[in-house]
Write a protein that binds this ligand. Structure first.
Ligand code: C5P
Length: 237
């Protein structure tokens, strides 16, 4: 069932709205994503509460990025939380990613680390301005980040559906696979009707799984759906 591999992003909701939504989210959707906004507003209690009350698997999307020692200690601070995935920035570099793996293996072996590449909010002009990356070498820059995930034994990555082919090429070369988690998803009727919001390039769920995504991150298409149960049936059809 595809809905078992969809992580529902609990963004832009106050606590009451979130509980209202979670009480309608069936067991066919066992995953939720909690982002920085909710975590900073409500803290670790919210994470525990969601897991205890709704028995959901939790992806905590904190996108940690700092010097190795600080990120490792921050990660250790999550060790008593019932989470399954947490994000760090791959651009934190090799030493940071290795420090993350050391702490993960010692204190949170049940948690898989997902690396984030460049933020999709940065376009080619930003990448050039910030890092001197020319437009025609952006793919190589992505490859270097994905290869860093592979060499540091990071468990997975977050990537757009349009980066999946690049990731697969890196995996093939390395002879190793990463867990691939993919946002930037809309249902086909939303794409056809131009309802993609602030996402610039999107694929529908079936296309993204077909491209090799292991999990999809979907927010508004589910949290603001007129008929959530119908959307879940659509995921599973
Ligand atoms: O509502 P929507 O489906 O666009 O939400 C997508 C979720 O995925 C949001 O939580 C957003 O922060 C996250 N995300 C993204 N693009 C990325 C990384 C994360 O949309 N490159």
């Amino acid at each position: 069932m595809n809905s078992q591999k969809v992580m529902v992003a609990l963004d832009n909701m106050d606590r009451e709205t979130m509980h209202g939504f979670l009480s309608t989210l069936p067991k066919e959707c066992p995953w939720v994503k909690i982002g920085l906004e909710q975590y900073l507003s409500h803290g670790q209690d919210l994470v525990k509460e969601i897991q205890e009350r709704y028995q959901k698997e939790i992806f905590l999307d904190l996108k940690l990025h700092d010097i190795p020692n600080t990120v490792a200690k921050a990660l250790k601070g999550l060790k008593n939380l019932p989470i399954r995935f947490v994000t760090v920035h791959l651009s934190g570099g090799e030493a940071m990613l290795k420090a993350v793996q050391d702490i993960r293996n010692e204190h949170l072996p049940q948690v898989d680390i997902l690396g984030v590449s460049f933020l999709t909010s940065l376009d080619h002009r930003d990448l050039n301005h910030l890092f001197g990356i020319e437009k025609d070498s952006i793919e190589d820059a992505f490859k270097r980040l994905f290869n860093l995930a592979l060499t540091t034994e990071t468990q997975g990555i977050v990537c757009s559906p349009f980066e999946l082919s690049t990731v697969k090429a890196c995996e093939k070369e390395a002879g190793r696979k990463l867990t691939k988690v993919t946002p930037g998803i809309r249902f086909q009727d939303e794409i056809t009707g131009g309802k993609i919001g602030d996402q610039k390039r999107v694929l529908n769920p079936h296309e993204a799984f077909g491209e090799g995504a292991d999990y999809l991150v979907m927010g508004r298409s589910l949290t603001q759906a007129n008929d959530l149960q119908a959307r879940i049936r659509e995921l599973n059809s």
